[in-house]
Design a binder for this molecule. Structure first.
Ligand SMILES: [Cu+2]
Length: 109
């Protein structure tokens, strides 16, 4: 009986940790229209990693900043930049170019 209980606890533990570690990669592009998509919705508590690729020289968005997370990253053309946002709490996280003009947001709900 004791062994069965321990086995059940181990299985539960594995499931909880794998759910917690699930990462959602979100691809963002910088095109002549700005960030695409400019609005992304994720489930509350999702661990989000952005994969950002600048595909144009036509906009001023040669870097991305996420003030809420104190992140600022240079975007070299045609190079994928990974940005780990961690686990998102409820809310609206804004991302923008270095001058805060071209922007978009991620909504966790
Ligand atoms: Cu700008």
């Amino acid at each position: 009986m004791k062994n069965i209980l321990i086995a059940a606890l181990i299985i539960l533990g594995v499931q909880v940790s794998s759910a917690k570690d699930a990462v959602q990669n979100i691809s963002l592009s910088v095109t002549s229209k700005g960030f695409e998509p400019s609005e992304v919705k994720v489930k509350l508590g999702t661990h989000v990693v952005l994969k950002v690729t600048r595909k144009t020289d036509e906009t001023c968005a040669t870097e991305i900043q996420i003030k809420e997370k104190k992140i600022k990253e240079k975007l070299d053309k045609d190079k994928v930049v990974s940005i780990d946002l961690g686990t998102l709490k409820r809310g609206d996280i804004r991302f923008a170019c270095g001058m805060d003009m071209v922007s978009g947001h991620i909504i966790a709900e």
